[in-house]
Write a protein that binds this ligand. Sequence first.
Ligand code: NAP
Length: 252
Amino acid sequence: MTTPSDPTDPIAVKQIALVTGASRGIGRQVALDLAAAGRHVFVNYVKNEAAAQETLSAIEEAGGSGEIICFDVADQAQAEAGVKAILEKHKKIEILVNNAGITDDMLMVWMKHENWQRVLDTNLTGFYNVTRLVVKNMIRKRFGRIVNITSTSGQMGQAGQINYSASKAGLIGATKALSREVSSRNITVNAVSPGFIETEMVENLPMEEIAKTIPMKRPGTPREVAAAVTFLCSDQASYITGQVLGVNGGIV
Ligand code: NAP
């Protein structure tokens, strides 16, 4: 039996990564790629434990390591308890990918306050709820990589998505502001901004029609987004901070 402080424990020498919303879609691929690059990855989910377990099994089958962790990023108490549990066990989190996100699309005239609030609570306040304690630990350790998953909707605005567009635009502002607060501590904070990516989030959209409006004439894949995220978490990206990296087939 080993403990995290035990030098013979192979996990103790790894960087610890937390990926929110990693049970499926983009977050799952990010978790797989970070684990393949040698990180011990916490796979966060809120409802779908079986899917989170599938992500972890895929990580382990590929020779990597990780753990699943359930918390609702929109709930401050839950999110902070989740982060504390990781820090109590491993004493550090070097990589944080704020990926958990939802849509609740409708035109503004039909949008109820609860539809607005739910999306803001998850996509924007979720960033605050998860990041505050993580960044405190990164400041103490003088190292960190934070990547926030925003969206072309936050850059351009999208009809039917005032809640989602506002949350993702807010995330870009928060990314830039936090990067200025912590750059001197060797912590980078960047955003990756996907366009239309083939996941459950867009499965009800008319993708053939949408593809005609994309300069590259196709949606992207989770692999293409995860490649940008893992790059920003790597040593090669050590002088990149406060940036928004688009992975959108030319939309923006
Ligand atoms: P997805 O397939 O719908 O997966 C969403 C993930 O987020 C799931 O793992 C889900 O967990 C988790 N999640 C949702 N609410 C949560 C909460 N309150 N707390 C913790 N986890 C929560 O979505 P996706 O397409 O991969 O999107 C991932 C990110 O990319 C989102 O931020 C999204 O806005 C952004 N994005 C997506 C696209 C696209 O075209 N797909 C484009 C631009 C940006 P459970 O399985 O437990 O429910």
